[in-house]
Design a protein around this ligand. Structure first.
Ligand code: RTP
Ligand code: MG
Length: 142
């Protein structure tokens, strides 16, 4: 496994529940470093562009409506095997199917309001990091 970067979003439901710190703590305890972060309220256009791969899916409208319903926290996580490690920490997309102890099992309520996003491959990590951050906004590796 190599040192990787991945894009993570704490979604509006988790921000509203006041669990940003608890989720950050899970990243840090798993050895992932937060090397860039910003809080933002996504516009319709930003949410549609971010989830463009799902444009034709029946849930696309609900997904965009949810992601624009309140502020989110967007971060770049760095570490050994960061992409898979973050997906493991998150748990299954549907919190009802997520393993105990995962972020979605502990903090999410529904498949729409499922607390976190994480890049699912090296290619999506690269695209998604560049979608939200300039190189100058990401701390150098070190
Ligand atoms: P994410 O992209 O947000 O990290 O979630 P994921 O990889 O686990 O799931 P993905 O298939 O990429 O779907 C993106 C988001 O769309 C919503 N979704 N709803 N109703 C449905 O069947 C359905 N399937 C997906 C979820 O909120 C999911 O996080
Ligand atoms: Mg996904």
């Amino acid at each position: 496994m190599s040192n990787e970067r991945t894009l993570s979003i704490i979604k509006p439901d988790a921000v509203a529940k006041n669990v940003i710190g608890e989720i950050y703590s899970r990243f840090e305890k798993a050895g992932l470093k937060i090397v860039a972060a910003k809080m933002m309220h996504l516009s319709q256009e930003q949410a549609e562009g971010f989830y463009a791969e799902h444009k034709e899916r029946p849930f696309f409208g609900d997904l965009v409506a949810f992601m624009t319903s309140g502020p989110v926290v967007v971060q770049v996580l760095e570490g050994e095997g960061a992409i898979a490690k973050n997906r493991d920490l998150m748990g299954a997309t549907n919190p009802k199917e997520a393993e105990a102890g995962t972020i979605r099992a502990d903090f999410a309520d529904t498949i729409d309001a499922n607390a976190v996003h994480g890049s699912d491959s090296a290619a999506s990590a690269e695209r998604e990091i560049a979608y939200f951050f300039n190189d100058s906004e990401i701390c150098p590796r070190g």
